[in-house]
Design a protein around this ligand. Structure first.
Ligand code: SAM
Length: 396
């Protein structure tokens, strides 16, 4: 499956008007101002991808594949369970070139990603502020914000605690130096990534390239009436895979959704909490709090065989099934117009997860092309996803 590197303007709307075969992966809300952003000028030494612990091999395979397609040479460094992967460039390249060739926002297994532009190692135990401020000033970049980041691992928690205290001091110093411009959202964001207690990686990304949340972790509260934590997966997917405009248009009272594999009802509850009417398909029972919304009809049926009488806005699917069975069914619902949009999980209990996702993408592409249907797809391994990825598919 080809990647389609684009210029730095990676707003979802722009992606959407590309050709029918274009497959895109973008989690961040678009920032139109990013399109006119001045190109950061300092050289990019490496691409750094933050991922869920245990997914380093998948993130690395995907990053190598993307770099290869973008004619960027380098080697991937990672340790299992470190929670991040680096692709060290053979030759440092100017930022704008790297950005034009490889769009970080399309990486599925990246919760967050950035261009590495500086490294500080063997930091002193005390007064780390001076060397860090110096290191940042040396970059010669103005920035819109500082994202405090560490690997999402147990050892990473120690660095997180330090960064909480450190960041306000750093922000004050950078603002004084005229480097931090919180009102200039078109400027790059500075990632302050601490892989261990004595090192800091300095990275840059545009808002359109990465997650709006440090480490790609949204802080979502578990709603008290929702019956399963799985409800947060769908809440995160809506925020991460849809633009604010798409959310507004498609998640409103009066629209109809179908939830395949609904029990105990966390996803149905998410939809109903936004006012949608839901047909929930599952042989298992739905929780009383879900039925109490009054917006949900529960049908005991097989999700692979059941069909709606009229087209619906949404079909969501969290059935635990082989991805190669789920993917063509999702494409079929969209291609035949049974639903306008679909949000689904591909479960990935296997070792070679990236290969499996590629296989599913090809199956979807095949089905949509045979229907002559233009489409848009975004895939991401979200924070609330475990051994699975979340996918958004819609017609164009
Ligand atoms: N999304 C749900 C929530 O938020 O509460 C959790 C869904 S659970 C992971 C998977 C569900 O898929 C199970 O309740 C199972 O009964 C259902 N399922 C699996 N195969 C199915 C099929 N062929 N038809 C309908 N439901 C199915």
């Amino acid at each position: 499956m080809e990647y389609h590197p684009r210029a730095m303007s990676s707003s979802l709307d722009q992606i959407g008007v590309q050709a029918s075969r274009t497959i895109v992966h973008n989690r961040s809300a678009p920032t139109p101002s990013a399109m006119s952003s001045p190109t950061p000028s300092c050289p990019c030494l490496a691409l750094v991808v933050e991922c869920r612990s245990g997914f380093e091999a998948d993130a690395s395979q995907e990053l190598m594949h993307a770099a290869d397609s973008a004619r960027i040479t380098g080697h991937c460094d990672f340790q299992a369970h470190d929670g991040f992967v680096q692709l060290r460039l053979t030759d440092a390249l100017p930022h704008d070139q790297v950005r034009r060739r490889l769009d970080l926002s399309r990486l599925i297994f990246a919760r967050q990603a950035f261009h590495l532009v500086g490294e500080l190692h063997d930091l002193p135990g005390r007064d780390r502020l001076s060397p860090v401020v110096q290191g940042i000033l040396k970059l010669g970049e103005r920035i819109s914000c500082v994202l405090p980041e560490t690997p999402d691992t147990n050892p990473g928690k120690e660095q997180s605690a330090f960064l909480k205290r450190f960041i306000p001091l750093l922000e004050e110093a950078l603002a004084k130096a005229g480097v931090l411009r919180p009102d200039s959202l078109h400027l790059p964001r500075l990632h302050l990534f601490m892989p261990n207690p004595s090192s800091m990686l300095l990275g840059l990304s545009l808002a359109s390239e990465g997650s709006p949340w440090p480490m790609g972790i949204p802080r979502l509260r578990m709603p008290k009436d929702a019956p399963s934590r799985s409800t947060l997966k769908l809440a995160e997917a809506f925020q991460s895979l849809l633009t604010p405009e798409e959310q507004k248009a498609s998640l409103r009272p009066g629209l109809h959704a179908v939830d395949l594999g609904a029990a105990p009802g966390g996803w149905s509850w998410q939809l109903a909490s936004r006012g949608l009417r839901v047909t929930a398909i599952d042989n298992g029972p739905l929780a009383p709090s879900v039925m109490a919304t009054g917006l949900i009809e529960h049908l005991r049926a097989d999700g692979f065989a059941w069909r709606p009488k009229k087209p619906v806005e949404w079909m969501v699917c969290d059935m635990v099934e082989q991805p190669s069975r789920i993917a063509p069914m999702m494409a079929d619902w969209i291609a035949t117009g049974r639903c306008r949009r679909s949000l689904f999980n591909l479960k990935l209990p296997m070792k070679r997860r990236f290969d499996e996702v590629e296989r599913c993408r090809a199956l979807i592409d095949q089905r949509m092309r045979s229907a002559g249907q233009k489409y848009l797809m975004r895939i991401k391994h979200l924070y609330h996803d475990r051994e699975e990825v979340s996918c958004y598919l819609t017609r164009r």
